[in-house]
Design a binder for this molecule. Structure first.
Ligand SMILES: [Zn+2]
Length: 313
């Protein structure tokens, strides 16, 4: 009995400490306001390009070579766009009006903390707090230690009651309640591991579920995701590639996905540094998939009249 109490209290202590760290650390926030990308040059060139999608055709090739050769002068208070970034169906990056900042690093604006949180995971009603980049490891520790505590308590009481032959009604109710809680917390933990395996945050995973459900009704789902990518052969053009719900842009394998949460985003001192890091978050496999789609003509030129505009709002 003493050993049982010692082990149970140890995991109870770890659970409490983890919960305290979730609150103290907080979900994190963007280290600075991220300047917008200067895309005007590519929009102008895209407009010149028109509706043609086949960059290998003679007509398209002539169009590419006839594009303005003037030097691109960067507007002040903007930065050059990275090779690849997440965008809306028009090819524009996501902007946070509350923070007056771009939303890189897979960030989302939290109405609870009123800031953009990098690697925003979810608001956990169980913990009563927002989970993001800074407190994600504490959240894993909290869920895992609680699950061990619940399973250990449940199993030990069943075994102990069996030995003593004292399984009275109050204990049965306690075991049922603990068991149900263990199933719920266990399910939460398995979801966490599954999202890590896919290289997705919880909010990204939930978005994909809505997307898959919606795409069965309407192919141009409002939940569709897009990538704005530099044209592989022409530096004057950028392309918009529509993603599939099966794409895993940030999946670099379980351990790399787990270690990504350990990145110190506060080390970034400029918008360009953050932009470059954002670009490096995409996996090589994903970049290859995008280039394969471009090779097959599965893209729209950024700035041209796009069919993607038909996506309903
Ligand atoms: Zn924001």
């Amino acid at each position: 009995m003493i050993v049982f109490l010692a082990i149970a209290n140890l995991f109870w202590l770890i659970t409490l400490i983890s919960w305290t760290f979730i609150i103290i650390k907080g979900p994190g926030k963007l280290p600075l306001k991220i300047l917008p990308y200067d895309l005007s040059y590519f929009v102008r060139n895209g407009e010149s390009f028109g509706n043609s999608k086949d960059s290998n055709s003679t007509e398209s090739f002539d169009m590419l070579t006839s594009l303005s050769s003037s030097t691109h002068v960067l507007n002040t208070n903007t930065i050059s766009p990275p090779e690849m970034f997440e965008c809306d169906f028009n090819g524009l990056p996501y902007w946070c009006f509350q923070c007056s900042s771009l939303k890189p690093l897979r960030s989302h604006h939290s109405s609870v903390t009123n800031t953009c949180i990098p690697m925003f995971d979810h608001f956990c009603t169980f913990v009563g707090f927002t989970i993001g980049k800074d407190n994600f490891y504490s959240f894993i520790s909290f869920v895992l230690s609680m699950e061990i505590l619940l399973l250990f308590t449940c199993i030990t009481i069943i075994i102990y009651s069996g030995i003593k032959n004292q399984l009275h009604s109050a204990l049965i109710v306690f075991i049922i309640c603990t068991g149900i809680l263990a199933i719920l917390v266990g399910n939460l933990f398995l979801n966490l591991i599954y999202d890590l395996k896919k290289g997705e945050t919880n909010i990204e995973s939930m978005g994909k579920k809505r997307w898959i459900k919606d795409i069965k009704i309407n192919e141009s789902s409002i939940y569709s995701n897009f990538i704005n990518v530099q044209h592989p052969n022409n530096p004057k053009l950028r392309l918009i590639v529509k993603l599939s719900p099966m794409d895993r842009p940030y999946d670099k394998g379980f351990w790399n996905n787990l270690l990504l949460w350990n990145t110190d985003f506060n080390k970034f001192t400029s918008s360009i540094e953050i932009s470059e890091f954002q670009n490096s978050m995409f996996s090589n496999q994903f970049k290859k998939n995008i280039m394969d789609r471009i090779d097959h003509g599965d893209y729209v030129v950024f700035g041209s009249q796009t069919k993607l505009m038909s996506v309903k709002l």
